[in-house]
Design a protein around this ligand. Structure first.
Ligand code: NAG
Ligand code: NAG
Length: 370
């Protein structure tokens, strides 16, 4: 009993729980580091990571909310995820004191995993707004009570990410929401209302940029009443297959080739550590093409041009008639004369040296022989 109490105080009290495929949120307060709040509330910052690793696993994200003066870890554990330990380093930016806290996360198997998911993009909110449980409940209630009554017993959030993180542009006005993408899922089939809704928004999928204030869907009002401005171009219904789930260990979990899909959280499990690739695995760049295009091709072109030019000149010369050759000769003569004249106009113009007048070669040889 005593040992159990000790174990509880070391692991149990501290540990956080998460369910596979279900969104979890872990708030981080100064109190977790035994810091008491005095003065400025935003003087603390936190750096979370996997224990003894430089970063978080890819399926856990961290965001700091200036509104709530709280950091939030959030994410959706993939299926087959084991328990893990996170490490959070807190920094007091006033005193530069750091404290460290290890946070075990127990990942529980979910008995009924969602098989049907609806994806939404909410334009007017940020991730930290959607982390709020009340807001999540209000959103789920729109589905449970109006659009998807079948899912009433088990609807839950299966995905949450900032739209900017997924490749959307930042809003022009900083005070506008960045946008957030989330999915709600259930094991029960889509209602006919949801399927109709998807048919209604399908024509929008072709648009490259969605009109931000497109609100002509019949159910837009239900969401707006609760404060959610939906981007109907991003609305999708998705069926999750068991194979997709296990594939999601390496790939995105749904086969659709969509901007959002390609950036899905990758569940890489316990061994989610960066390892150095082997030298042999690093691709080598071949310079053959560059060599051919920068040296061989211009050289070939130049040779061709030279050949062509000589041919043209040769044939042209042969085809010259008498009058033109006379003309050219006269031009040549004129040049010769001019050169001769200009030679003697310069300072260095001298008379040609006298012919060599040394002893005759024959004489020299004869003298030598004598
Ligand atoms: C996990 O699931 C259980 C039962 O389904 C639920 O009571 C609990 O709140 C869930 N935990 C989290 C962190 O969502
Ligand atoms: C906070 O104080 C408690 C009790 O003194 C201690 O067990 C815990 O380790 C402290 N936490 C940190 C992060 O220092």
């Amino acid at each position: 009993m005593f040992y159990i109490l000790i174990l509880l105080s070391v692991f149990g009290v501290n540990a956080k729980n998460a369910n596979m495929t279900e969104l979890f949120v872990i708030p981080i307060h100064p109190q977790h580091f035994n810091w008491t709040l005095k003065g400025a509330v935003d003087e603390f910052s936190y750096h979370p990571s996997l224990l003894n690793a430089p970063d978080l696993p890819q399926w856990i994200h961290y965001v700091y909310s200036k509104v709530h003066h709280t950091g939030y870890l959030y994410g959706v554990p993939p299926i087959n995820q084991h328990n893990l330990e996170l490490e959070i380093v807190g920094l007091n930016r006033r005193t530069y004191e750091t404290r460290r806290k290890v946070l075990p996360v127990n990942v529980h198997r979910k008995s009924e995993v969602a098989k049907y998911e609806a994806q939404l993009k909410i334009d007017n909110l940020n991730v930290e707004d959607m982390i709020d449980e009340n807001r999540q409940r209000r959103l789920l209630d729109v589905f449970k009570l109006k659009l998807w009554p079948e899912s009433k017993s088990d609807l839950y959030v299966t995905f949450l990410a900032s739209a900017v993180q997924l490749g959307a542009r930042l809003p022009l006005k900083p005070n506008e929401g960045e946008g957030v993408v989330l999915r709600v899922g259930s094991q029960f089939e889509f209602s006919s209302a949801l399927i109709e809704l998807q048919e209604e928004v399908k024509p929008l999928w072709k648009l490259i940029s969605c009109p931000r204030d497109f609100k002509r869907t019949t159910v837009d009002r239900l969401f707006r009443e609760e404060g959610f401005a939906l981007d109907w171009c991003a609305f999708r219904l998705m069926t999750v297959k068991e194979t997709d789930r296990s594939l999601s260990q390496q790939h995105s979990s749904h086969g659709e080739s969509d901007l959002m899909e390609s950036h899905l959280t990758l569940g890489l499990g316990q061994n989610d550590r960066w390892s150095r690739p082997a030298k042999s695995q690093i691709p080598q760049r071949s310079y053959v093409h560059e060599f051919a295009f920068t040296i061989l091709v211009p050289m070939l072109v130049m040779i061709l041009l030279v050949v062509l030019l000589s041919l043209i000149l040769c044939f042209h010369h042969e085809g010259m008639d008498e009058a033109s050759s006379e003309y050219f000769e006269s031009v040549f003569d004129i040049f010769e004369e001019m050169r001769g004249a200009s030679d003697c106009n310069t300072v260095y113009c001298r008379p040609n040296p006298p012919p060599y007048s040394g002893p005759n070669r024959k004489q020299v040889v004869a003298e030598w022989l004598a």
